[in-house]
Each structure stands twice: as structure tokens, then as C-alpha cells.
Design a protein. Structure first.
Lengths: 113, 117
């Protein structure tokens, strides 16, 4: 079945550091790919998405590119802020079976001032 | 409000009691999902509704779990004879479409925190 694997946390960075959170997936066909973020005490929010190969999703300074050849969707940000501290989830929906999301295990990011 | 609304936000119950968790999806969204977020278990799919029918119940962990949706809107997740391992955050989500509409954004509520003591 479909699966998503992302790097385990916590990831601890200083403010203004470069961020990469790795995500790889296993799925048949061409799934849609998502990054969700969960800030402390809040629900899951969609951060960005990409629906086809080579698409780049971007939002709030975060980017991720859909790489079919490496089955990856790594999340990057050039300069993190303390307010980016949260748990980040990579997820996919299959291309022909509705919208059920399959999530990775989540990566906690802690940004120190 | 305009988002997915869940109630109660927090529930503490005794082992063996039944609990009901409610979800109000975004108005007009035909697809509704329940997920469970447990410490150390990540996010686990439970059930999916398209309208009032549930084409995918594969994630329900046992027959103590059931869910229904009425009027294509509100959904209730019921857990009978709760066990301590049921303690988790139960997340509801909705999206505009369902089958065949991959890529539609799924919007989550803030969750119902269930603690079984």
C-alpha cells in the first residue's frame, strides 16, 4: 500500500538557519503530495501542496518540489523563525481513490532564538 | 465559523464508558474524514464519508468504533466500552469532493482530545 516516510525529529535549529525536512513516498501512479503543519495547541493546517511531477508548492517561505524520479517531496526554507516551531507532516493522496490522506510520522521542528 | 468544528474539545472518561465525538464540516463539503493522532503512532486514518455513505471503513480499529453521518453534514464518531489505548486526539476533516478528485485540499478541525482513565 501507499506509504510516506519522513525524517525523525526533533530538528533543532537556530533562527535564520536553513531548513530541510526529507520526505519520500511509495505509491502507484501519480499521487498528490502535501505538507501539513501543526503549531502547538492547534489543529493541522495545509502548508503547501503539489499535484503533479516537477510542480513546486510554496507558502510562507517554505517550498517543496514533487520529484517523481526520486519519489521525494522535501520541505525547505531558507531562513527559519522561532514562529516556525511546529510539527510538520508530509502526506499523499492517491490519484484515483478519493482524497484519503496517508501521513508520514511527523517531524518536530524547534527553532531557538 | 467557517472551519471544521469539533466537540467536545476535551473529554475525560472512565474505562468502559461510551463516548460520542461530533464533527461539523465546512458547509458544502461532501467528503468527511476521521483520523486519530496517538502519541507515538502518528496520524491514523479511521473512516471516510462521501455524502452519508462510508465507502471506506478500513481504518476503524475494532468493532467498538462506529461512525455515522446524517444529512450530508454532521458526523458522529462513537467509541463503545472505551479502553485506555483509545486515548488520543480524534481529528475530523472535510473537503469539497471525494472519489476521483485527488488533490482537493482537506481541511482539519482542531480535534477532540480523549483521555480514558
Amino acid at each position: 500500500g501507499d506509504s510516506v516516510t519522513q525524517m525523525e525529529g526533533p530538528v533543532t535549529l537556530s533562527e535564520e538557519a536553513f531548513l530541510t525536512i526529507n520526505c519520500t513516498y511509495t505509491a502507484t501512479g501519480y499521487p498528490s503530495l502535501f505538507w501539513y503543519v501543526q503549531y502547538p495547541g492547534e489543529g493541522l493546517q495545509l502548508l503547501l501542496k503539489a499535484t503533479k511531477a516537477d510542480d513546486k508548492g510554496s507558502n510562507k517561505g517554505f517550498e517543496a518540489t514533487y520529484r517523481k524520479e526520486t519519489t521525494s517531496f522535501h520541505l525547505e526554507k531558507g531562513s527559519v523563525q522561532v514562529s516556525d516551531s511546529a510539527v510538520y507532516f508530509c502526506a499523499l493522496t492517491p490519484n484515483n481513490a478519493g482524497n484519503m490522506l496517508t501521513f508520514g510520522g511527523g517531524t518536530r521542528l524547534m527553532v531557538k532564538p | 465559523g467557517a472551519g471544521v468544528s469539533q466537540s467536545p474539545s476535551n473529554k475525560v472518561t472512565e474505562k468502559g464508558k461510551d463516548v460520542e465525538l461530533r464533527c461539523d464540516p465546512i458547509s458544502g463539503h461532501t467528503a468527511l474524514y476521521w483520523y486519530r493522532q496517538s502519541l507515538g503512532q502518528g496520524l491514523e486514518f479511521l473512516i471516510y464519508f462521501q455524502g452519508n455513505s462510508a465507502p471506506d471503513k478500513s481504518g476503524l480499529p475494532s468493532d467498538r468504533f462506529s461512525a455515522e453521518r446524517t444529512g450530508g453534514s454532521v458526523s458522529t464518531l462513537t467509541i463503545q466500552r472505551t479502553q485506555q489505548e483509545d486515548s488520543a486526539v480524534y481529528l475530523c476533516a472535510s473537503s469539497p469532493g471525494g472519489q476521483g478528485l485527488s488533490g482537493n485540499t482537506i481541511y482539519f478541525g482542531e480535534g477532540s482530545w480523549l483521555t480514558v482513565v
